[in-house]
Design a protein around this ligand. Sequence first.
Ligand SMILES: Cc1cc2nc3c(=O)[nH]c(=O)nc-3n(C[C@H](O)[C@H](O)[C@H](O)COP(=O)(O)OP(=O)(O)OC[C@H]3O[C@@H](n4cnc5c(N)ncnc54)[C@H](O)[C@@H]3O)c2cc1C
Length: 311
Amino acid sequence: MSEIIILADVNNNELKESTAEVVTAALSLGNNPIVVVPGTSPEAAANIAANYEGVGSVIALQSDCFATYDSAAWAEAIASVSPPGHLLTSSTSRGKELAARLAASRSATVVQDVIEIDGNTISHPIYSGKAHEKLALSGPSVMTIRSNVFKPAGSGGSATITNVNSSSDLRTTLKEMVAKASEKLDVSEADIIISGGRGMGTPENFEKLYNVANILGAAVGASRAAVDTWEEIPHSMQVGQTGKTVNPSLYIAVGISGAIQHLAGMRTSKYIVAINKDGTAPIFRHADYGIIATWEEALPLLEQELGSLLG
Ligand SMILES: Cc1cc2nc3c(=O)[nH]c(=O)nc-3n(C[C@H](O)[C@H](O)[C@H](O)COP(=O)(O)OP(=O)(O)OC[C@H]3O[C@@H](n4cnc5c(N)ncnc54)[C@H](O)[C@@H]3O)c2cc1C
């Protein structure tokens, strides 16, 4: 049986929770996976080995190149320690980019955004989520696993760790990275999201969304129209075809019309609530609950009610 390899989702040596979901996806493919953990320190690898049930072994892959992100260098270092077989990682922008590079170097099929694995049959959305494609794997593959679809792996484990020091030539030298100071929850990791669209009127009005988000423990997202119109709303908040694909338990769309490209990024949310002043807005066709009202009317009431329930 060929190996199942997981590339852990690690950013600045910090392990992302989505890796636990990838472990569950990998276990449904067969034998206990080998997890490759890229970083400049071994902590994340130790965390996986001790806490992720079902992991067979862990490779703590350390290299200076993991201090900053360069997809070519990362892919080269990761490929050097990954045995042949299926390789799985999280469906983030970085995960998707590395998956494409690794698939090319391993002459493997690449499948992005996997949502179901049944034996060697795997499903993933196509045409912006309008259809699901089922594929039968007959050779090695590289897959990215959509977040919030697979349950996280159980806790507990005692996998062996192999430390590997690697070097990889950087094709691009990053001179400086200015990280935006933000303690805000990322939409791709959140279980509840409240997103604003152009209907919010001004970027300052997004504060009303943050007020509700803070009560719910939610992340704040945005439509592309909001991101394109206001520079205060960063692209990292954009949900949709050219933004992030999210799969939360609850998605609240405020002042968002429901264009197909926005739906592509959030239509698989478990519950969708829409607040829009136009009762004919397409978002209502996909919403489980709809409030036909302006956000000026609806959000203060929502904040007040949620505050008294949960605050
Ligand atoms: C190739 C391509 C890729 C794209 N990728 C994306 C993507 O990733 N994500 C994305 O979102 N879009 C994407 N788009 C853009 C998409 O087609 C829409 O233009 C965009 O989603 C519209 O954003 P919106 O709903 O915020 O704005 P609008 O379409 O302008 O809708 C605003 C809504 O707010 C409502 N409204 C106005 N005032 C209020 C109020 N006071 N209270 C309540 N409701 C109010 C209006 O009734 C309206 O329904 C893409 C387009 C293309 C061509």
